[in-house]
Design a protein around this ligand. Structure first.
Ligand code: SF4
Ligand code: SF4
Length: 433
Protein backbone atom coordinates (compact mmCIF):
# COMPACT_ATOMS: atom_id res chain seq x y z
CA UNK A 1 0.00 0.00 0.00
CA UNK A 2 1.17 3.53 -0.77
CA UNK A 3 2.15 5.87 2.06
CA UNK A 4 0.68 9.35 2.59
CA UNK A 5 3.70 10.78 0.75
CA UNK A 6 3.19 8.39 -2.20
CA UNK A 7 -0.60 8.47 -2.54
CA UNK A 8 -2.52 10.40 -5.18
CA UNK A 9 -2.07 13.98 -4.00
CA UNK A 10 -5.52 15.01 -5.21
CA UNK A 11 -7.06 12.92 -2.41
CA UNK A 12 -5.12 14.99 0.13
CA UNK A 13 -6.20 18.19 -1.61
CA UNK A 14 -9.94 17.51 -1.60
CA UNK A 15 -10.54 19.18 1.78
CA UNK A 16 -11.42 22.86 1.33
CA UNK A 17 -11.44 23.58 5.09
CA UNK A 18 -15.13 24.60 5.18
CA UNK A 19 -15.76 22.94 8.56
CA UNK A 20 -19.18 21.53 7.62
CA UNK A 21 -18.05 18.13 8.92
CA UNK A 22 -17.16 19.43 12.39
CA UNK A 23 -20.58 19.12 14.10
CA UNK A 24 -20.87 15.50 12.89
CA UNK A 25 -17.50 14.37 14.25
CA UNK A 26 -17.83 12.63 17.64
CA UNK A 27 -14.25 13.34 18.76
CA UNK A 28 -14.53 17.02 17.86
CA UNK A 29 -17.86 17.19 19.70
CA UNK A 30 -16.20 15.78 22.78
CA UNK A 31 -13.12 18.03 22.87
CA UNK A 32 -13.87 21.01 20.55
CA UNK A 33 -10.19 20.81 19.53
CA UNK A 34 -9.40 21.41 15.86
CA UNK A 35 -6.81 18.63 15.78
CA UNK A 36 -9.51 16.14 16.87
CA UNK A 37 -11.67 17.04 13.85
CA UNK A 38 -11.70 15.64 10.30
CA UNK A 39 -10.37 18.94 8.96
CA UNK A 40 -7.59 19.01 11.54
CA UNK A 41 -6.59 15.41 10.93
CA UNK A 42 -6.52 15.89 7.16
CA UNK A 43 -4.29 18.95 7.64
CA UNK A 44 -1.91 16.79 9.72
CA UNK A 45 -1.90 14.06 7.05
CA UNK A 46 -1.19 16.60 4.34
CA UNK A 47 1.67 18.05 6.38
CA UNK A 48 3.12 14.53 6.64
CA UNK A 49 2.77 14.03 2.86
CA UNK A 50 4.44 17.41 2.29
CA UNK A 51 7.27 16.34 4.62
CA UNK A 52 6.56 19.30 6.90
CA UNK A 53 5.64 17.01 9.79
CA UNK A 54 7.26 13.81 11.02
CA UNK A 55 5.21 10.81 11.95
CA UNK A 56 5.46 11.05 15.71
CA UNK A 57 3.71 9.39 18.63
CA UNK A 58 1.39 12.43 18.88
CA UNK A 59 0.42 11.96 15.21
CA UNK A 60 -0.16 8.23 15.83
CA UNK A 61 -2.28 8.91 18.91
CA UNK A 62 -4.41 11.36 16.92
CA UNK A 63 -5.01 8.82 14.14
CA UNK A 64 -6.08 6.23 16.71
CA UNK A 65 -8.26 8.73 18.58
CA UNK A 66 -10.33 9.00 15.38
CA UNK A 67 -13.15 6.42 15.44
CA UNK A 68 -13.02 5.86 11.70
CA UNK A 69 -16.81 6.28 11.80
CA UNK A 70 -16.82 8.15 8.45
CA UNK A 71 -19.57 10.57 9.56
CA UNK A 72 -17.35 13.26 8.03
CA UNK A 73 -17.66 11.66 4.59
CA UNK A 74 -21.45 11.92 4.65
CA UNK A 75 -21.32 15.57 5.73
CA UNK A 76 -18.53 16.67 3.39
CA UNK A 77 -19.68 18.66 0.32
CA UNK A 78 -16.28 18.18 -1.33
CA UNK A 79 -16.49 14.37 -1.33
CA UNK A 80 -13.34 13.89 0.75
CA UNK A 81 -12.18 10.26 0.67
CA UNK A 82 -11.50 10.15 4.38
CA UNK A 83 -11.58 6.32 4.46
CA UNK A 84 -8.53 6.10 2.20
CA UNK A 85 -6.72 8.88 4.07
CA UNK A 86 -7.44 7.28 7.43
CA UNK A 87 -6.29 3.78 6.46
CA UNK A 88 -3.15 5.13 4.78
CA UNK A 89 -2.30 7.28 7.81
CA UNK A 90 -2.71 4.37 10.21
CA UNK A 91 -0.60 2.13 7.96
CA UNK A 92 2.11 4.85 8.02
CA UNK A 93 1.93 4.96 11.81
CA UNK A 94 2.40 1.19 11.99
CA UNK A 95 5.27 1.20 9.49
CA UNK A 96 7.04 3.89 11.53
CA UNK A 97 6.39 1.99 14.79
CA UNK A 98 5.85 5.20 16.78
CA UNK A 99 3.23 3.57 19.02
CA UNK A 100 5.11 0.29 19.40
CA UNK A 101 5.53 -1.27 22.84
CA UNK A 102 6.06 -4.93 23.81
CA UNK A 103 2.48 -5.17 25.18
CA UNK A 104 0.83 -3.47 22.18
CA UNK A 105 2.90 -5.51 19.72
CA UNK A 106 2.01 -8.76 21.49
CA UNK A 107 -1.72 -7.94 21.51
CA UNK A 108 -1.66 -6.94 17.83
CA UNK A 109 0.24 -10.07 16.84
CA UNK A 110 -2.12 -12.30 18.82
CA UNK A 111 -5.34 -10.69 17.54
CA UNK A 112 -4.51 -9.53 14.02
CA UNK A 113 -1.94 -12.08 12.91
CA UNK A 114 -2.82 -15.22 14.89
CA UNK A 115 -6.52 -15.35 15.79
CA UNK A 116 -8.22 -13.33 13.08
CA UNK A 117 -6.33 -15.04 10.26
CA UNK A 118 -7.27 -18.58 11.35
CA UNK A 119 -11.03 -19.22 11.36
CA UNK A 120 -10.68 -22.71 12.87
CA UNK A 121 -8.58 -21.37 15.75
CA UNK A 122 -11.06 -18.55 16.30
CA UNK A 123 -13.86 -21.10 16.47
CA UNK A 124 -11.86 -23.25 18.91
CA UNK A 125 -11.44 -20.20 21.16
CA UNK A 126 -15.14 -19.41 20.75
CA UNK A 127 -15.97 -22.97 21.80
CA UNK A 128 -13.82 -22.61 24.95
CA UNK A 129 -15.53 -19.33 25.80
CA UNK A 130 -18.93 -20.97 25.26
CA UNK A 131 -17.95 -23.80 27.66
CA UNK A 132 -16.81 -21.24 30.24
CA UNK A 133 -20.12 -19.41 29.99
CA UNK A 134 -22.54 -22.34 29.55
CA UNK A 135 -21.01 -24.43 32.37
CA UNK A 136 -21.71 -21.68 34.90
CA UNK A 137 -17.98 -21.12 35.52
CA UNK A 138 -18.25 -17.51 34.39
CA UNK A 139 -21.17 -16.83 36.71
CA UNK A 140 -19.37 -18.44 39.67
CA UNK A 141 -16.24 -16.45 38.85
CA UNK A 142 -18.28 -13.26 38.98
CA UNK A 143 -20.28 -14.20 42.11
CA UNK A 144 -17.09 -15.01 44.01
CA UNK A 145 -15.77 -11.61 42.88
CA UNK A 146 -12.68 -13.28 41.43
CA UNK A 147 -12.73 -10.67 38.64
CA UNK A 148 -10.78 -8.44 41.04
CA UNK A 149 -7.77 -10.75 40.48
CA UNK A 150 -7.66 -9.75 36.80
CA UNK A 151 -5.40 -6.93 35.59
CA UNK A 152 -7.24 -3.55 35.56
CA UNK A 153 -7.94 -3.40 31.81
CA UNK A 154 -9.21 -7.00 31.66
CA UNK A 155 -11.36 -6.37 34.73
CA UNK A 156 -13.00 -3.50 32.91
CA UNK A 157 -13.57 -5.59 29.78
CA UNK A 158 -14.80 -8.78 31.46
CA UNK A 159 -18.47 -7.73 31.83
CA UNK A 160 -18.52 -6.85 28.13
CA UNK A 161 -17.46 -10.35 26.97
CA UNK A 162 -20.07 -11.38 24.39
CA UNK A 163 -22.22 -14.44 25.00
CA UNK A 164 -21.12 -17.13 22.56
CA UNK A 165 -23.91 -19.20 21.01
CA UNK A 166 -24.03 -22.99 21.33
CA UNK A 167 -23.99 -23.43 17.54
CA UNK A 168 -21.90 -21.57 15.00
CA UNK A 169 -22.94 -20.73 11.44
CA UNK A 170 -21.67 -23.95 9.83
CA UNK A 171 -23.82 -25.94 12.30
CA UNK A 172 -26.95 -23.97 11.40
CA UNK A 173 -26.51 -23.47 7.65
CA UNK A 174 -25.84 -26.08 4.95
CA UNK A 175 -23.17 -25.18 2.35
CA UNK A 176 -25.90 -24.92 -0.30
CA UNK A 177 -29.59 -24.32 0.41
CA UNK A 178 -32.24 -24.06 -2.31
CA UNK A 179 -35.75 -22.60 -2.29
CA UNK A 180 -38.63 -24.36 -4.08
CA UNK A 181 -38.13 -22.18 -7.13
CA UNK A 182 -34.66 -20.68 -7.80
CA UNK A 183 -34.61 -17.15 -9.23
CA UNK A 184 -31.12 -16.06 -8.15
CA UNK A 185 -27.90 -17.49 -6.80
CA UNK A 186 -26.07 -15.70 -3.97
CA UNK A 187 -23.21 -16.27 -1.51
CA UNK A 188 -23.42 -15.36 2.18
CA UNK A 189 -20.47 -14.18 4.28
CA UNK A 190 -20.65 -15.41 7.87
CA UNK A 191 -18.03 -13.12 9.48
CA UNK A 192 -15.92 -13.72 12.59
CA UNK A 193 -17.70 -12.26 15.63
CA UNK A 194 -20.98 -12.71 13.76
CA UNK A 195 -20.19 -16.42 13.30
CA UNK A 196 -19.60 -17.04 17.02
CA UNK A 197 -21.96 -14.60 18.70
CA UNK A 198 -24.68 -13.96 16.10
CA UNK A 199 -24.89 -17.17 14.08
CA UNK A 200 -28.68 -16.75 14.43
CA UNK A 201 -28.40 -13.55 12.35
CA UNK A 202 -26.59 -15.54 9.65
CA UNK A 203 -29.33 -18.19 9.77
CA UNK A 204 -31.99 -15.46 9.49
CA UNK A 205 -30.11 -13.96 6.53
CA UNK A 206 -30.21 -17.28 4.71
CA UNK A 207 -33.89 -17.72 5.61
CA UNK A 208 -34.94 -14.36 4.14
CA UNK A 209 -32.91 -15.01 1.00
CA UNK A 210 -34.57 -18.42 0.57
CA UNK A 211 -37.98 -16.79 1.08
CA UNK A 212 -37.10 -14.52 -1.83
CA UNK A 213 -36.14 -17.22 -4.30
CA UNK A 214 -32.36 -17.21 -3.79
CA UNK A 215 -30.18 -20.32 -3.89
CA UNK A 216 -27.75 -19.63 -1.04
CA UNK A 217 -24.09 -20.73 -0.92
CA UNK A 218 -22.39 -20.49 2.49
CA UNK A 219 -18.95 -22.14 2.65
CA UNK A 220 -18.59 -23.63 6.16
CA UNK A 221 -15.08 -22.27 6.84
CA UNK A 222 -14.55 -18.66 5.77
CA UNK A 223 -11.58 -16.38 6.38
CA UNK A 224 -11.96 -13.04 8.16
CA UNK A 225 -12.75 -10.21 5.71
CA UNK A 226 -9.70 -8.21 6.89
CA UNK A 227 -11.56 -5.07 7.98
CA UNK A 228 -10.05 -5.20 11.45
CA UNK A 229 -6.60 -5.36 9.85
CA UNK A 230 -7.19 -2.54 7.35
CA UNK A 231 -8.61 -0.27 10.06
CA UNK A 232 -5.62 -0.96 12.27
CA UNK A 233 -2.90 -0.23 9.77
CA UNK A 234 -2.09 -3.84 8.80
CA UNK A 235 -2.86 -3.52 5.10
CA UNK A 236 -0.57 -6.42 4.10
CA UNK A 237 -2.64 -8.90 6.11
CA UNK A 238 -5.85 -7.23 4.89
CA UNK A 239 -4.70 -7.85 1.28
CA UNK A 240 -3.79 -11.45 2.06
CA UNK A 241 -7.21 -12.12 3.60
CA UNK A 242 -8.97 -10.50 0.64
CA UNK A 243 -7.13 -12.87 -1.72
CA UNK A 244 -8.18 -15.86 0.39
CA UNK A 245 -11.76 -14.63 0.28
CA UNK A 246 -11.58 -14.34 -3.52
CA UNK A 247 -10.14 -17.87 -3.77
CA UNK A 248 -13.09 -19.22 -1.78
CA UNK A 249 -15.89 -17.33 -3.56
CA UNK A 250 -15.86 -16.92 -7.32
CA UNK A 251 -17.73 -13.63 -7.78
CA UNK A 252 -18.41 -14.41 -11.45
CA UNK A 253 -20.81 -17.27 -10.60
CA UNK A 254 -23.05 -15.37 -8.16
CA UNK A 255 -25.71 -12.70 -8.67
CA UNK A 256 -24.63 -11.12 -5.39
CA UNK A 257 -22.32 -11.65 -2.44
CA UNK A 258 -24.17 -10.82 0.75
CA UNK A 259 -22.81 -9.27 3.91
CA UNK A 260 -25.00 -8.61 6.94
CA UNK A 261 -22.45 -6.80 9.14
CA UNK A 262 -22.08 -3.06 8.48
CA UNK A 263 -18.40 -2.86 9.40
CA UNK A 264 -17.35 -5.91 7.37
CA UNK A 265 -19.43 -4.87 4.35
CA UNK A 266 -17.88 -1.42 4.23
CA UNK A 267 -14.44 -2.98 3.89
CA UNK A 268 -15.51 -5.92 1.70
CA UNK A 269 -16.95 -3.69 -1.01
CA UNK A 270 -13.57 -2.01 -1.46
CA UNK A 271 -11.56 -5.09 -2.40
CA UNK A 272 -11.31 -3.54 -5.88
CA UNK A 273 -9.34 -0.65 -4.43
CA UNK A 274 -7.31 -2.83 -2.06
CA UNK A 275 -6.18 -5.18 -4.86
CA UNK A 276 -6.19 -2.70 -7.75
CA UNK A 277 -2.49 -3.24 -8.40
CA UNK A 278 -2.50 -7.01 -8.00
CA UNK A 279 -2.16 -8.43 -11.53
CA UNK A 280 -3.64 -11.80 -10.51
CA UNK A 281 -6.60 -10.65 -8.41
CA UNK A 282 -7.55 -7.16 -9.67
CA UNK A 283 -10.25 -8.28 -12.14
CA UNK A 284 -11.78 -10.73 -9.69
CA UNK A 285 -11.72 -8.07 -6.96
CA UNK A 286 -13.48 -5.57 -9.26
CA UNK A 287 -16.26 -8.09 -9.96
CA UNK A 288 -16.47 -8.86 -6.24
CA UNK A 289 -16.92 -5.18 -5.35
CA UNK A 290 -19.59 -4.79 -8.02
CA UNK A 291 -21.59 -7.65 -6.51
CA UNK A 292 -20.98 -7.11 -2.81
CA UNK A 293 -24.28 -6.02 -1.21
CA UNK A 294 -25.54 -5.51 2.27
CA UNK A 295 -28.50 -7.83 2.95
CA UNK A 296 -30.99 -4.92 3.36
CA UNK A 297 -29.72 -3.26 0.20
CA UNK A 298 -30.08 -6.49 -1.77
CA UNK A 299 -33.54 -7.32 -0.48
CA UNK A 300 -34.82 -3.89 -1.49
CA UNK A 301 -33.02 -4.11 -4.85
CA UNK A 302 -34.75 -7.38 -5.75
CA UNK A 303 -38.14 -6.15 -4.48
CA UNK A 304 -38.37 -8.44 -1.46
CA UNK A 305 -41.68 -10.09 -0.68
CA UNK A 306 -43.57 -8.25 2.08
CA UNK A 307 -44.35 -10.68 4.92
CA UNK A 308 -47.95 -11.30 5.93
CA UNK A 309 -47.00 -12.59 9.38
CA UNK A 310 -45.89 -10.41 12.30
CA UNK A 311 -42.54 -10.60 14.07
CA UNK A 312 -42.91 -12.13 17.51
CA UNK A 313 -40.94 -9.32 19.15
CA UNK A 314 -42.51 -6.17 20.57
CA UNK A 315 -43.79 -3.87 17.87
CA UNK A 316 -42.26 -0.60 19.13
CA UNK A 317 -38.91 -0.52 17.30
CA UNK A 318 -36.22 2.14 16.90
CA UNK A 319 -33.26 1.94 14.54
CA UNK A 320 -29.59 2.70 15.25
CA UNK A 321 -27.52 3.08 12.07
CA UNK A 322 -24.16 1.33 12.02
CA UNK A 323 -21.59 3.97 10.94
CA UNK A 324 -20.09 1.73 8.30
CA UNK A 325 -23.49 0.78 6.93
CA UNK A 326 -24.81 4.35 6.60
CA UNK A 327 -21.62 6.39 6.14
CA UNK A 328 -19.36 3.69 4.67
CA UNK A 329 -21.90 1.95 2.42
CA UNK A 330 -24.61 4.64 2.16
CA UNK A 331 -27.25 2.07 3.10
CA UNK A 332 -29.67 3.95 5.31
CA UNK A 333 -33.24 3.84 4.05
CA UNK A 334 -33.27 0.13 3.13
CA UNK A 335 -33.19 -1.30 6.70
CA UNK A 336 -36.06 1.08 7.56
CA UNK A 337 -37.94 -0.12 4.48
CA UNK A 338 -37.60 -3.68 5.74
CA UNK A 339 -38.72 -2.79 9.27
CA UNK A 340 -41.70 -0.82 7.95
CA UNK A 341 -42.74 -3.78 5.80
CA UNK A 342 -43.18 -6.05 8.83
CA UNK A 343 -46.82 -6.10 9.95
CA UNK A 344 -47.29 -4.59 13.39
CA UNK A 345 -43.87 -2.91 13.61
CA UNK A 346 -44.07 0.75 14.58
CA UNK A 347 -40.78 2.45 13.82
CA UNK A 348 -39.87 5.40 16.07
CA UNK A 349 -36.87 7.40 14.88
CA UNK A 350 -34.27 8.26 17.51
CA UNK A 351 -32.21 11.46 17.59
CA UNK A 352 -28.68 11.22 16.16
CA UNK A 353 -29.41 7.80 14.63
CA UNK A 354 -26.27 8.10 12.47
CA UNK A 355 -23.93 9.07 15.34
CA UNK A 356 -21.40 6.42 16.40
CA UNK A 357 -22.28 4.36 19.50
CA UNK A 358 -18.61 4.18 20.50
CA UNK A 359 -17.99 0.56 19.49
CA UNK A 360 -15.95 1.28 16.32
CA UNK A 361 -14.08 -2.01 15.97
CA UNK A 362 -11.86 -2.25 19.06
CA UNK A 363 -12.27 1.43 20.02
CA UNK A 364 -14.22 0.48 23.15
CA UNK A 365 -11.08 -1.38 24.26
CA UNK A 366 -8.46 1.16 23.16
CA UNK A 367 -10.34 4.36 24.12
CA UNK A 368 -12.78 3.33 26.86
CA UNK A 369 -13.54 6.90 28.03
CA UNK A 370 -14.65 8.31 24.69
CA UNK A 371 -16.37 5.05 23.87
CA UNK A 372 -18.31 5.16 27.16
CA UNK A 373 -19.32 8.79 26.57
CA UNK A 374 -20.68 7.90 23.13
CA UNK A 375 -22.42 4.80 24.48
CA UNK A 376 -24.28 6.85 27.10
CA UNK A 377 -25.24 9.51 24.54
CA UNK A 378 -26.60 6.79 22.26
CA UNK A 379 -28.51 4.99 25.04
CA UNK A 380 -30.13 8.30 26.06
CA UNK A 381 -31.48 8.85 22.55
CA UNK A 382 -32.67 5.25 22.25
CA UNK A 383 -34.43 5.38 25.63
CA UNK A 384 -36.17 8.62 24.67
CA UNK A 385 -38.08 6.83 21.90
CA UNK A 386 -39.71 4.50 24.42
CA UNK A 387 -39.12 1.54 22.07
CA UNK A 388 -38.57 -1.86 23.60
CA UNK A 389 -36.61 -3.11 20.59
CA UNK A 390 -33.54 -1.54 19.01
CA UNK A 391 -32.75 -2.73 15.50
CA UNK A 392 -29.17 -2.43 14.26
CA UNK A 393 -27.11 -4.21 11.61
CA UNK A 394 -23.57 -4.58 12.90
CA UNK A 395 -22.27 -6.93 15.60
CA UNK A 396 -20.08 -4.26 17.27
CA UNK A 397 -23.00 -1.82 17.63
CA UNK A 398 -25.27 -4.67 18.75
CA UNK A 399 -22.91 -5.63 21.58
CA UNK A 400 -22.14 -2.05 22.60
CA UNK A 401 -25.83 -1.13 22.91
CA UNK A 402 -26.90 -4.43 24.49
CA UNK A 403 -24.06 -4.18 27.05
CA UNK A 404 -25.07 -0.62 27.88
CA UNK A 405 -28.69 -1.60 28.54
CA UNK A 406 -27.68 -4.74 30.48
CA UNK A 407 -25.34 -2.75 32.74
CA UNK A 408 -28.17 -0.45 33.73
CA UNK A 409 -30.57 -3.36 34.22
CA UNK A 410 -32.87 -2.47 31.31
CA UNK A 411 -34.69 -5.14 29.33
CA UNK A 412 -34.51 -3.49 25.90
CA UNK A 413 -33.89 -6.07 23.15
CA UNK A 414 -31.33 -5.46 20.42
CA UNK A 415 -31.89 -7.26 17.14
CA UNK A 416 -30.76 -7.27 13.49
CA UNK A 417 -33.57 -6.16 11.11
CA UNK A 418 -33.33 -9.44 9.14
CA UNK A 419 -34.03 -11.42 12.30
CA UNK A 420 -37.38 -9.62 12.62
CA UNK A 421 -38.09 -10.17 8.91
CA UNK A 422 -37.25 -13.88 9.20
CA UNK A 423 -39.56 -14.17 12.22
CA UNK A 424 -42.35 -12.49 10.26
CA UNK A 425 -41.93 -14.94 7.35
CA UNK A 426 -41.92 -17.83 9.82
CA UNK A 427 -45.16 -16.58 11.37
CA UNK A 428 -47.05 -16.53 8.09
CA UNK A 429 -49.94 -18.98 8.14
CA UNK A 430 -48.81 -22.25 6.66
CA UNK A 431 -45.38 -20.79 5.86
CA UNK A 432 -42.66 -23.17 4.84
CA UNK A 433 -39.06 -22.17 4.38
S1 SF4 B 1 -14.06 9.28 10.94
FE1 SF4 B 1 -15.51 9.95 12.56
S2 SF4 B 1 -14.17 10.45 14.32
FE2 SF4 B 1 -12.83 10.32 12.51
S3 SF4 B 1 -12.69 12.39 11.72
FE3 SF4 B 1 -14.40 11.47 10.60
S4 SF4 B 1 -16.24 11.96 11.82
FE4 SF4 B 1 -14.44 12.35 13.13
S1 SF4 C 1 -16.59 19.10 5.20
FE1 SF4 C 1 -15.07 18.16 3.84
S2 SF4 C 1 -14.10 19.89 2.82
FE2 SF4 C 1 -15.19 20.74 4.58
S3 SF4 C 1 -13.63 20.74 6.22
FE3 SF4 C 1 -14.73 18.83 6.42
S4 SF4 C 1 -13.51 17.35 5.23
FE4 SF4 C 1 -12.84 19.41 4.61
Amino acid sequence: MKTLAEMDYSVLQQCMHCGICLPTCPTYLETKEERNSPRGRIALMRAVADEELDITKAFGDEMYYCLGCLACTTACPAGVNYAELFETARADVEKKGVLASPKRDAIRWFALRLIFTRPRLLRAMGRMLWLWQASGAQMAFRKLKLTRLLPANLRQLEPQAPTVLAKFSHQLIKPVEKPASVKRRVAVLTGCVQDLVFADVNRATVDVLLANGCEVHTPPVQPCCGSLHAHNGDTDTAGELARRQLDLFDPFVFDAIISNAGGCGSHLRHYDHLLAEDPVYAARAAEWSRKLKDISEYLVEIGFRKPTGAATASTEVTYHESCHLCHGQKVSKQPREILNAIPGVKLSECAEATMCCGSAGIYNITQPETSGWLQERKLGHLRATGAEVVATANPGCHLQIANGFAQSGEKTTVVHPVVLLAQAYRNETGAAR
